[in-house]
Ligand binder design. Sequence first.
Ligand SMILES: CC(C)(COP(=O)(O)OP(=O)(O)OC[C@H]1O[C@@H](n2cnc3c(N)ncnc32)[C@H](O)[C@@H]1OP(=O)(O)O)[C@@H](O)C(=O)NCCC(=O)NCCS
Length: 198
Amino acid sequence: MIRTLTYIDAQQTACIHADALPDDFLPSFGAKFLEILHSQLLSSVKVTATGYFENDQLVGFIVGTTNTAQLFSEIFRAGFLRFLPFILKKAITSPTTFKKLLETIFYGQKKSTVASGELIIIAIKSSCRRKGIGRKLFKRLITDFRIQGVHLFQVSTLVNNQSANQFYKRLGGKFNHSFSMYDQRWNLYEFSIYEKKV
Ligand SMILES: CC(C)(COP(=O)(O)OP(=O)(O)OC[C@H]1O[C@@H](n2cnc3c(N)ncnc32)[C@H](O)[C@@H]1OP(=O)(O)O)[C@@H](O)C(=O)NCCC(=O)NCCS
């Protein structure tokens, strides 16, 4: 079953996010931080989020936005006091924490393409991959974006995330450029909605 997600689903989406991308910057703050972040994300009117359920258990989700420029700065401003203890704790052991946090907050403001939508994250439970669930969620995001008047959207993924790069290319993504964030290289793909054949 596919359905729209709300903040009530945040614990489950955060759990899948942490398992799917354990080495990423945001999961490195820990499970509780990620759950707060997800609950802010899933509450935002700027976000479109869909989950794929099997036997009432969430096994995959996708999150998109039509306003990356403001999304992360709004989320961190609104949840500042709740995020602060996690940020300070991590900063003690990792001096690059503040730099990376600023990169997250201002990520969407370094606008490099004309895309009006962005796929923020897609993650499928590892035991459920290569069964077409990612493709179904992706198709649903396209439907939602189309309703919102988005004709072009983008997604960024780490250069060394082979499955995600293959997935985006297979689904029609056109490589646009690479850039640096969190001291790593990322690829940015663009998707033209009306040309798409998923
Ligand atoms: C990327 C990801 C979302 C794909 O989800 P999925 O449900 O496994 O993808 P699908 O089964 O719908 O695959 C669709 C097509 O993408 C391509 N693809 C997906 N995973 C692939 C892999 N590991 N290697 C090569 N191609 C792959 C294939 O062409 C596939 O079609 P096929 O199975 O008929 O050959 C999933 O691997 C995942 O959750 N990864 C960890 C989280 C992540 O990296 N997210 C992206 C960063 S935001």
